[in-house]
Design a binder for this molecule. Structure first.
Ligand SMILES: [Zn+2]
Length: 172
């Protein structure tokens, strides 16, 4: 076939026979949707590269599964981020509480204050000044040191009281 310029622009081959069956048969999408199962467990057939439902054997659209999975992950990530935010908030509160305690040492107070100060998100770097895990390590470490000191104090007080009581009893 020739165009006006005389160049061959294409070639149309007539079907060999009008009776030739089409290579592909199309099942309309709406028919498929109706048949789609509601199960959520899949069989990945590596040999035939197919995805089927593990419960009913219905062939499933791999892309649809990926989309569903991606949405689920996104929602999970969202919840996880919410939890992380809550955890950080609790740790900062614990750090502030420790700063107010009489039994927290000066260097510990400095460490806590610096940790709180670094507990900011830097959008430019895309990260926090201190990770929640590192913050937790500092807070827990100082918390247990302070608690140890306090219980030691309580013990000394108790021993003193007991000794006093014993003295009183002896005097009677
Ligand atoms: Zn199924």
């Amino acid at each position: 076939m020739s165009g006006d310029s005389g160049e061959v622009v294409g070639k149309i081959v007539a079907p060999e026979s009008q009776e030739d069956p089409p290579t592909f048969e199309i099942v309309p999408a709406h028919e498929r949707d109706q048949a789609a199962c509601q199960h959520h467990r899949y069989l990945l057939d590596e040999k035939w590269r197919t995805v089927k439902c593990r419960e009913c054997g219905e062939p499933v659209d791999p892309f649809a599964i990926l989309i569903r999975r991606a949405e689920w992950e996104r929602s999970w990530e969202y919840r996880a981020k919410g939890f992380e935010k809550y955890r950080r908030k609790m740790l900062i509160e614990a750090a502030r509480r420790l700063i107010r305690l009489r039994d927290t040492g000066d260097s510990e107070i400095e460490e806590l204050k610096s940790a709180i100060e670094r507990s900011h998100y830097y959008p430019h770097d895309g990260k926090w000044g201190i990770t929640t895990d590192d913050l937790a390590v500092i807070v827990r470490k100082i918390e247990s040191a302070v608690e140890e000191r306090r219980s030691e104090k309580r013990k000394v007080k108790r021993d003193k009281r007991n000794a006093l009581n014993l003295g009183c009893r002896r005097a009677q």
